[in-house]
Design a protein around this ligand. Sequence first.
Ligand code: APR
Length: 249
Amino acid sequence: MDHQLIQRAARDILHSKKTIAFTGAGISVESGIPDFRSAGGLWEKFDPEEYAHIYAFQSNPEKVWLMLKEMFSLIIEAKPNPAHLGLAELERMGLLSSIITQNVDGLHQAAGNRHVIEFHGTHRTLSCLKCSMTIDGTTLKIEDLPARCSRCSSLLKPDVVFFGEPIPWEAQVSSLKESKSCSVVLVIGTSAVVYPAASIPVTAKERGATVIEINRESTPLTNAISDYLIIGPAGEIVPAIVEEVKKIR
Ligand code: APR
C-alpha cells in the first residue's frame, strides 16, 4: 500500500468542499460477494447476454433465476467489510456527502451510510413485470426463491437494473447533481466499463474534481480521468485513509 498516496488522499479529503464516493462490485468482494469481471467473477460463470439482459429475463425467467439465486445467496450472507465501514465513518465525520453505488447488495446502508444512491437498483424489493406488484425481498430466504407474484403467479424480478433497462430516474438526477458539485470523488472497486454509470467520475473531472481511484488494478479511468490510483484491496486502503484523516485533521 502506497503510504504517500494514502496521506495525499487524506489531505485531499480534508481540503475538499464536497467529497462523494462512486463504488462498484470490488468494494464488496471482501464481504464474500465476487465481482463480475475479475477472474472467478459472476460473468465468468453466467454470460451476461444470456442472464443479465432484460430480454433474457422476459423470455426465460426460470433460467435467469439460476444466476439470481446464486447472487442472492451471497448477498443474504454478506456483511459490510472495513471499506464500507470506513465510508460510513467518513459520512459521520461530515467528510462524505454521498455514495453513488452500482452495487445492489445494500452493504453501504448496512454499514451506516444514509445518503446512498443506488444507480443499478436494489435486491431489497422485487416486482412483477405483468401486474407490477412489488414485494419486500429482505424477508425472503433462499428457499423462497424464485419468488412468484401472489396475484398472477408470474416469476418476480428483483428491482436491479438489467442490461437494456433504464437507470431509475431519481438515481440519474441525484447522481448528476452530486457528480457536478463535488470537489473530490473516491472511485472504489469498479472496472468503469459500464455506462452511463462510468460517466459519473468523468463528469466530476470535467467540473474540476479530484478523482481518486482505489482498485486492485488499473482501469480505463486510470491514465485518462483519475488524478491517482491507490492499488490494493479497498478493505485495507479505505480504513488506512480514514485513520490518516483522523491523524491530521
Ligand atoms: N478492492 C478493490 N478493488 C477490487 C477488489 C478489492 N478487494 N476486488 C476487485 N476489485 C476491482 C476489480 O479490479 C475491478 O476493477 O473491482 C472492479 C470490479 O469490476 P466489475 O466486476 O466490472 O464490477 P463493476 O465495475 O461494479 O461492474 C459495473 O456491470 O455487470 C454490471 O450491473 C453490473 O453494476 C455492475 C456493472
